[in-house]
Write a protein that binds this ligand. Structure first.
Ligand code: ADP
Ligand code: MG
Length: 727
């Protein structure tokens, strides 16, 4: 089938699309009934477990106390009974390896009963620990193959759930994935460790303010997930999308996003039907999906849940990504989670809304009603500002990936320079504290925290700055540099630990100043905030993060600007980063080292794959198409000349020149890709970043130029126009 034919088929398929599954009926089964129906929730446990067992496990979940092993057998039995009643034949320990994906290995419940029959079996031991043959997951040298054992360990704090398949269901148990020496091989383990570290330090701060009722301080995440949808027929006709998740070729569509007519526009019917299906599936899994809308780029959309406690939100976001992909197939579409599937069109990010909270205090980033609450709020904010200033490089490193590099700093996503947006009022208050005197701002009196002169702080963020990578939005911070395709675990591990370190610093300082005398508390808090603002105000920036002036200004302020992953990933081995993570027992040095290694390898692997598919498509699809057109032109030229008419030799010359360019640039790219001998992973990543990427860009330049001139019926690939606008 010619490329053109496959494009035509795709367009026909889009036009004639009919859904194959029965429509959802929310009147028959109301969403309230659907929600959580596949979750082994607290409610289910209360019903199925003996009272004392339920109490014990609840304590572990709510207060982070150690799990009593005797409890596991009871829970396992109840879990199995519940799962089997829902048709499950298998169970799986679900884990999150460093690939950023979700991994599962299924085991059957059935065991022979010794009399020729079978019984369903599941013990506490099987629930608590699994041993997947996991030797081929990336481990950065932590686990050599001869000691290939990796263990999965039950994460009691997140509920088990049932996943459905047209042919049956299976029980999923969230787990941590560790080596036999206890080193983390996954994304979940460090996240849980970092939450613990953050809680410990936050408790010290709360205690100073008399808020020590024993409630855990948790971090919360509300990830807004962006994605693209294109028809599956187009997807299959684009080897680059299929293999690398992004298009490595494609000339600009005649109409892009200039009109801003897609953003928040009416959602196309097929897409809406897809969204409803996604939400339905996620409701069953207890994922609290809240919003859906069109995004800025044509073909781009967003789904956001209500925020949840970090660990759960992270598992749920993985489920969201998986569900988006699988349900899209059902509707004849492909969901693209890549950060930049289409050059020149807005990329996809994941805004990570982040806060710390306790059940009775709510968000610690919420100003509160009394000056006393305000003081605690301002202190926690100041601590966070200090953290971002001190560890900005780290925050940049944890969102580094080949895909996200196309986004960060590209005038649509936040810049790679980490700054904090506070808004006018919060900036003004913190400044007044810093100056220790009246200023011209909204607050007329001498500002002293703890006396009534402090103005009621804004609940609403007011001005919504969209260009800041880290913005205060009323009761939380929004970290906007996270990539759409990434696990949100990494960024939260960094945030939790950085903030823990800052809270530790604040608590220690205040304890020193007051010497336990609570009358001195407010003066001490004021002094600590003042010191922090004096030292770290450089990171506060309320202006336009896209502007050229900011880049210059940021440099003057000494804020790092790590432009790509090859520059950012080595930060994971900076002495102050090692010191941070080891001090709070979130990562050992070896674990950090392995991560840096793995992420660099992933980066290089991605670039190599993209280059390989670029060469393949350039050589076997684009070049032949252009040659055919060249031949057509040449024949026409000859024919016209023969009858003494004007020839089309100008066009022929143009195509020929572009073809030559394509040929040379492909050869060049091939020879660059062939280099394999590198001293280490960093050297390779740098080489690919600075040499291979530009070479791919050159190939693309010629190929896209050819797309602009070659006859449409010869062009082998679905165009940007088709993929983005035909739905
Ligand atoms: P917007 O697009 O205006 O930023 P959305 O409604 O799309 O807002 O998403 C905001 C996200 O922030 C939601 O997931 C929401 O639940 C989450 N969020 C709200 N309050 C908090 C909070 N205190 N901590 C963490 N996340 C929060
Ligand atoms: Mg949003």
């Amino acid at each position: 089938m010619s490329g053109y034919q496959s494009r035509q088929n795709a367009i026909n398929a889009v036009n004639n699309y009919k859904r194959t599954t029965a429509p959802l009926n929310f009147t028959e089964t109301p969403p309230t009934e659907v929600f959580g129906s596949n979750v082994f929730s607290e409610k289910v446990m209360r019903k199925m477990l003996p009272k004392d067992i339920f109490k014990s496990i609840k304590k572990t979940i709510k207060h982070g106390t150690k799990l009593d092993p005797a409890v596991a057998d009871y829970v396992a039995a109840a879990m199995k009974e519940w799962a089997v009643s829902k048709g499950a034949t298998h169970y799986t320990h679900v884990f999150y390896p460093l690939t950023g994906l979700t991994a599962e290995k299924h085991d059957g419940f059935l065991s022979p009963d010794g009399e020729g029959g079978a019984i369903a079996e599941f013990s506490g031991k099987l629930l608590i620990q699994g041993e997947p043959d996991a030797s081929s997951f990336p481990n950065g040298g932590i686990r050599t193959t001869f000691e290939a054992r990796g263990y999965t360990a039950w994460d009691v704090t997140n509920p088990a759930y049932i996943l459905e398949n047209p042919n049956g269901t299976f029980l999923c148990i969230p787990t941590c994935f560790v080596s036999w020496t206890g080193e983390a091989l996954d994304k979940k383990t460090p996240l849980m460790r970092s939450s613990q570290a953050m809680n410990k330090q936050a408790q010290r701060i709360l205690k100073l303010f008399g808020n020590d009722n024993g409630e855990l301080v948790v971090s919360n995440a509300g990830p807004e997930q962006e994605y693209f949808l294109i028809d599956r027929n187009f997807f299959f006709s684009r080897p680059d999308l299929l293999v690398s998740g992004r298009t490595v070729f494609g000339s600009k569509p005649a109409k892009g996003q200039e009109f801003d007519d897609h953003y928040f526009g009416a959602i196309p019917r097929r897409v809406l039907s897809f969204m409803m299906d996604v939400e339905h599936e996620l409701y069953k899994l207890g994922v609290p999906i809240k919003t859906r809308h069109n995004e800025v780029a044509p073909g781009q959309f967003e789904i956001a849940p209500l925020y949840e406690q970090s660990n759960l939100a992270t598992d749920h976001n993985q489920m969201v990504m998986t569900t988006l992909k699988t349900v899209a197939k059902k509707h004849g579409m492909a969901c693209l989670l890549h950060e930049k599937p289409f050059a020149g069109i807005n990329g996809s990010g994941k805004h990570l809304n982040y806060s710390l909270s306790t059940p009775s205090l709510g968000s610690l980033y919420d100003p509160g009603d009394t000056p006393h609450e305000n003081a605690q709020f301002l202190l926690v904010c100041a601590a966070t500002i200090r953290a971002v200033h001190k560890y900005g490089k780290l925050l940049r490193a944890v969102v580094a990936s080949a895909g996200n590099d196309h986004r960060l700093g590209a005038n649509e996503a936040p810049p790679a320079i980490l700054s904090v947006y506070l808004g006018d009022q919060l900036t003004s208050i913190l400044n007044q504290i810093k100056e220790g005197k009246v200023s011209e701002s909204k607050c007329k009196e001498n500002l002293k925290i703890g006396v009534d002169t402090i103005p009621p702080l804004p609940r609403d963020a007011g001005d919504r700055n969209r260009t800041s990578p880290f913005a205060f939005t009323g009761n939380r911070f929004e970290f906007r540099a996270v990539g759409s395709n990434m696990s949100i675990a990494g960024p939260q591990v960094a945030l939790n630990t950085m903030v823990a370190e800052s809270l530790d610093y604040c608590a220690t300082k205040i304890e020193e100043i007051t010497g336990g005398d609570c009358k001195k508390l407010h003066d001490a808090v004021e002094q600590v905030i003042r010191d922090i603002m004096k030292e770290h105000e450089a990171v506060v920036f309320n202006g336009d993060g896209y502007s050229e002036e900011w880049h210059k200004e940021a440099e003057k302020r000494g804020l790092p600007n790590l432009r790509n992953s090859a520059e950012a990933l080595p930060v994971l081995n900076d002495p102050e980063v090692i010191e941070l993570f080891t001090k709070y027992e979130v990562f050992t040095e070896r674990e950090l080292d392995s991560r840096r290694e793995i992420y660099l390898e992933q980066y290089s692997q991605t670039l190599r794959t993209e280059a390989a598919v670029c060469i393949k498509m350039g050589t076997t699809q684009i070049f032949p198409a252009a040659v055919r057109y060249q031949n057509e032109l040449a024949q026409t030229c000859a024919n016209l000349k023969a009858i003494g008419k004007d020839s089309v030799s100008l066009t022929l010359d143009d195509v020929t020149a572009k073809l030559r360019g394509l040929q040379t640039s492909l050869t060049e790219l091939e020879s660059i890709l062939a280099k394999e001998d590198f001293a280490d992973a960093l050297e390779e990543a740098k080489y690919l970043c600075y040499t291979l990427l530009p070479a791919m860009g050159k190939v693309r330049e010629y190929a896209d130029a050819l797309e602009e001139v070659v006859a449409d019926d010869l062009w082998p690939l679905p165009s940007y126009q088709e993929m983005l606008f035909i739905k």
